[in-house]
Write a protein that binds this ligand. Structure first.
Ligand SMILES: [Zn+2]
Length: 498
């Protein structure tokens, strides 16, 4: 019992800190076996060991024999009386053990809740070591993989893009250590706070945003949420879907920063889904749209996310509509593919049968009605980073109303080492930017990096994100996932999403 208590409090923590993942997992699994099957049996054995010699005889006859032996040995009545105390000692010990049992039964739900959620670490991500530990955890974000389990597990694990994956049979896989940062939400905002990867845990549920998940998945996610909410003291209102928190920078169709970049996990926001997940409350409006920080680019989606009581026909109609992958009047490539519209894994099949990937299309205005869109691969979190004028689109296409913003940065096409904020350029100057000019939308700049100003002090856990960029003194732009702490050149400037 003592060992098992020490295990809960110390060994588990130490194994997290000092052991590699495999050893830690072994210790954890052993812990589960220990708790599930041996904890109470150990206690029972302990009890039996103490009681056994006496309980072979009845207590009375045991004491009777004991006193008879003592009397034969010629002990005085006084000493006998002292031995009589033994009987009380025995009673006290029994009472003590009974109290211990009672206490353990009372706290059993807490002890066992931890082992109720079984997690398989077969798909543990190789990115774990590179990921910093989060300073605070305030949200849990629910996602749908938009593809089958095999591909999703492989890709999410390779890129370290979530903490847990819940398969259709309810099996839970851990991908990134729950205490570390996983890149699962990308461009995100909630109550004015951006970059939610640094404050949240991401659960990917194998399935689609417009199809209900299985009952085994509901059960597993419910237990997982129960454990995580308790561990991090997260209120039900802070369990959100990816579609609630994702936002997009301007594009060809949206001139402003907008909500609606993702429909990921949207059905999980419905009142009946939340009830099945054991969530009692949910946000009743979008705080960032209400405050004017974002515009609502998908009113249909927001109606679904924040509805109090679902209108069944509404839900069915919307699910059906978002099933349609054909461009037509009132249905653009963005409506169908959202931020994946330009991805090389998104394929457009024109009415004449020609196929083009999103990366090959330049004239989006001329997209024909009847073009079918296939969102291929599992590109949940395509990172949109450096954009090139003339290749990815016009300035207007790429930055919309943000083209004169301080957070839009243009790099000189002749010398990348020179860059300017959108706010320091006139509209005419921006219009005159040559083809091939590189730009970033929605970025902050920090630096230069030096021994006095390490990169962690500039952008904290974002320092090695794929959408953080370093401009070294020679004018070379390097993505954050290609640097390590030692090879960042002194004097580099850091461009990161705030
Ligand atoms: Zn998602």
């Amino acid at each position: 019992m003592v060992i098992s208590l020490i295990y809960t409090n110390t060994v588990r923590q130490l194994s997290y800190e000092f052991l590699n993942h495999e050893t830690h997992e072994t210790v954890r699994q052993l812990g589960y076996v220990f708790f599930d099957h041996s904890f109470f049996s150990c206690l029972f054995m302990l009890f039996m060991v103490k009681i056994q010699p006496k309980s072979t005889l009845s207590t009375q006859s045991y004491l009777h024999r004991f006193f008879a032996q003592r009397r034969a040995a010629g002990l005085s009545p006084n000493k006998m009386a002292r031995f009589c105390n033994l009987r009380f000692l025995f009673i006290r010990r029994t009472a003590l053990l009974a109290a211990l049992f009672a206490a353990l039964f009372c706290c059993a739900p807490q002890v066992f809740a931890q082992s109720r959620v079984r997690v398989d670490s077969k798909h543990w991500s190789p990115k774990n070591r590179q990921r910093p530990v989060r300073k605070s955890t305030q949200y849990i974000i629910l996602h749908t993989t938009e593809g089958g389990a095999r591909g999703a597990l492989e890709k999410l694990s390779r890129n370290g893009e979530c903490h847990y994956v819940v398969d259709t049979d309810g099996k839970i896989y851990s991908i990134i250590d729950k205490r570390r940062v996983a890149y699962h939400v990308g461009l995100s905002m909630w109550k004015g706070r951006t970059g939610l990867d640094a404050f949240s845990i991401g659960i990917e549920i194998v399935g689609y945003h417009n199809k209900p998940i299985t009952s085994s998945q509901f059960q597993s996610v419910r237990s997982l949420l129960f454990e995580l909410k308790r561990t991090y003291r997260i209120p039900d209102d802070n369990v959100l879907t990816h579609s609630m928190v994702a936002y997009g920078n301007p594009n060809r169709w949206q001139k402003k920063r907008h909500r609606g970049r993702k429909r990921c996990g949207m059905l999980l926001a419905l009142p009946e889904s939340r009830a099945k997940l054991g969530l009692r409350s949910k946000p009743s409006f979008d705080p960032d749209v209400r405050a004017g920080r974002l515009v609502d680019a998908d009113p249909e989606l927001s109606r679904m996310l924040y509805m109090k009581a679902p209108v069944v026909s509404d839900v069915a109609l919307m699910a059906q509509r978002s099933d349609s992958n054909v461009i037509g009047p009132g249905r653009t490539a963005w409506d169908i593919a959202r931020d994946l519209y330009r991805s090389k894994e998104t394929v457009y099949i024109f009415p004449d049968g020609t196929r083009r990937t999103g990366a090959e299309i330049t004239n989006w205005k001329a997209m024909q009605s009847g073009t079918r869109v296939e969102i291929g691969g599992i590109t949940e979190n395509a990172t949109e980073g450096i954009l090139t004028i003339g290749v990815d689109g016009t300035v207007q296409d790429l930055a919309g109303d943000e083209m004169t913003a301080h957070s839009t940065i243009y790099f000189s096409s002749k010398n990348t080492a020179q860059y300017r904020h959108g706010s320091s350029l006139t509209l005419a100057e921006i219009d005159g930017l040559p083809k091939g000019t590189k730009m970033l939308v929605g970025y902050s700049i920090g630096g230069p990096v030096s021994s006095r100003l390490p990169v962690f002090n500039i952008c904290s856990v974002k320092w090695n994100r794929p959408d953080t960029f370093y401009l070294d003194p020679c004018g070379k732009l390097i993505s954050g996932d290609q640097v390590n702490e030692k090879n960042i050149k002194a004097g580099s400037m850091v461009f990161y999403r705030p």
